[in-house]
Design a protein around this ligand. Structure first.
Ligand SMILES: Cc1cc2nc3c(=O)[nH]c(=O)nc-3n(C[C@H](O)[C@H](O)[C@H](O)COP(=O)(O)OP(=O)(O)OC[C@H]3O[C@@H](n4cnc5c(N)ncnc54)[C@H](O)[C@@H]3O)c2cc1C
Length: 387
């Protein structure tokens, strides 16, 4: 049974505690649907999970509520809870949020009304297309262009490592509309059936989720598909990541909690040198290390989420700290769990072996750990004062 004592922390309202209990119960009742059903139909499995999440009423939390608020604590609790069961289920939920995040946070009321209901109901699959072959960590090096045309914009360029690429119905796409590095980027909403859009290749991963390289070739879209003003794309991308980075950390926390539960159970049930393995003090030390890493991660994550929900305009530093710490420490926690399992820990299909593969990408996407360190350093009070 996963530790739920953190729900008593002051970061949460009563509605979050009820929510966490409800989604946990739903996950228990729907455990079967959340996993791969073979190796051949990844897209089909994602669609099945999406439908289950929509039917359960959970997807609507990926977009703002009727009052226009995107509750980051609810996003984090959802990802943490899903990730404890299945990295793929977490991914499916997360991409609905990230893919439509720029619309949720920067769209006009008309754009929100037009595009968000389909995301919440699961009828539309969303994607977020920022990275390019030569512009991953260095977003401002973006080469893809969007040029004004009488009736709208014409997009040309390539995006790579795009989650839900090939599966998504609608992409938020960032492209260069002017010179000047970060200041020359704009954000657009592009449907997958727009002429000139194509999926170049699907990219297989060590822990599978749909990922692709996509191309825009003389791809024409209407004016009303621009988000914000021309030149605001970098701000829109960073503002979106400001919210969703804490949720990546929450997914890592879910993986960590699962690893801890598996390891603790194994330590109690496995006999070693004539006694339960959990009697060995080095094993206890390892479990203690894991527990501290998990709680410290949770504190950073729910601080960032709480702060954003209180109306802080930016939580750049707090979200970067949460993402850096929780993803890096989850890697350590999961490795400790694999070690405690001995040989069984590296057998394909063992939950800790699966977690070992699932955690790795989280330390790279939405800003690699090194990028988070730079963000944190730049946001440090001394740096802000120009010291
Ligand atoms: C599974 C997965 C899913 C993804 N999904 C999406 C998506 O949906 N949408 C999207 O737009 N992108 C997505 N990405 C792309 C992801 O955001 C980039 O891979 C990431 O930003 C790193 O860019 P890069 O791969 O080009 O690595 P590079 O930019 O080449 O960086 C390589 C490495 O250099 C190090 N590094 C980077 N900057 C510095 C620095 N300043 N100092 C020191 N070291 C540094 C880091 O360790 C980094 O991993 C995804 C990636 C993966 C792996």
């Amino acid at each position: 049974m996963a530790d739920r004592t953190f729900l008593d922390w002051p970061f949460f309202d009563e509605r979050h505690r009820t929510f966490a209990r409800d989604i946990d119960g739903w996950c228990d009742a729907n455990a079967e649907v959340m996993h791969r059903h073979g190796d051949d139909d990844l897209d089909g499995d994602c669609r099945t999970i999406l439908k289950a999440l929509a039917d359960g009423g959970w997807l609507k939390n990926a977009v703002p509520d009727a009052a226009g608020k995107l509750d980051v604590r609810t996003l984090c609790l959802t990802r943490e809870t899903l990730a404890r069961r299945s990295g793929l289920a977490d991914f499916v939920f997360a991409m609905q949020g990230l893919g439509s995040g720029p619309i949720s946070l920067f769209g006009t009321p008309e754009q929100k009304a037009r595009w968000l209901p389909g995301v919440a109901s699961g009828e539309t699959i969303a994607a977020f297309a920022l990275s390019e072959p030569e512009a991953g960590s260095d977003v401002a090096a973006m080469a893809m262009t969007a040029r004004r045309d009488n009736n709208g914009w014409v997009l040309d360029g390539v995006k790579t490592f795009i989650s839900n690429g090939g599966l998504a119905d609608r992409y938020t796409v960032f492209a260069r509309t002017g010179d000047g590095g970060a200041k020359g980027i704009s954000a657009f909403v592009v449907d997958a059936d727009t002429p000139g859009f194509e999926v170049v290749e699907r990219i297989p991963l060590m822990a599978a989720h749909p990922l692709a390289t996509i191309r825009f070739n003389n791809c024409r879209i209407d004016c009303d598909r621009l988000l914000g003003e021309p030149g605001q794309g970098f701000r829109i991308a960073m503002g979106t990541l400001d919210v969703f980075r804490s949720t990546v950390a929450a997914a890592a926390l879910g993986f960590s909690r699962r690893a801890f539960d598996e390891a603790a159970s194994r330590a109690v049930n496995r006999r070693l040198f004539g006694a339960p393995m959990s009697d060995l003090q080095l094993v206890q030390a390892s479990l203690a290390d894991m527990a501290v890493r998990i709680d410290a991660s949770a504190l950073l994550i729910y601080r960032a989420a709480w702060l954003k929900d209180q109306g802080a305009p930016r939580v750049t530093r707090e979200a970067a700290m949460a993402k850096l710490y929780a993803t890096d420490e989850a890697q350590v926690v999961i490795d400790q769990a694999v070690q405690l399992f001995g040989g069984l820990g590296v057998v394909s299909g063992n939950p800790v072996e699966r977690l070992y593969r699932e955690i790795r990408a989280l330390r790279i996407y939405e800003g690699a750990s090194e990028v988070q360190k730079i963000v944190i350093a730049r946001q440090a009070p001394a740096a802000m004062e120009g010291a």
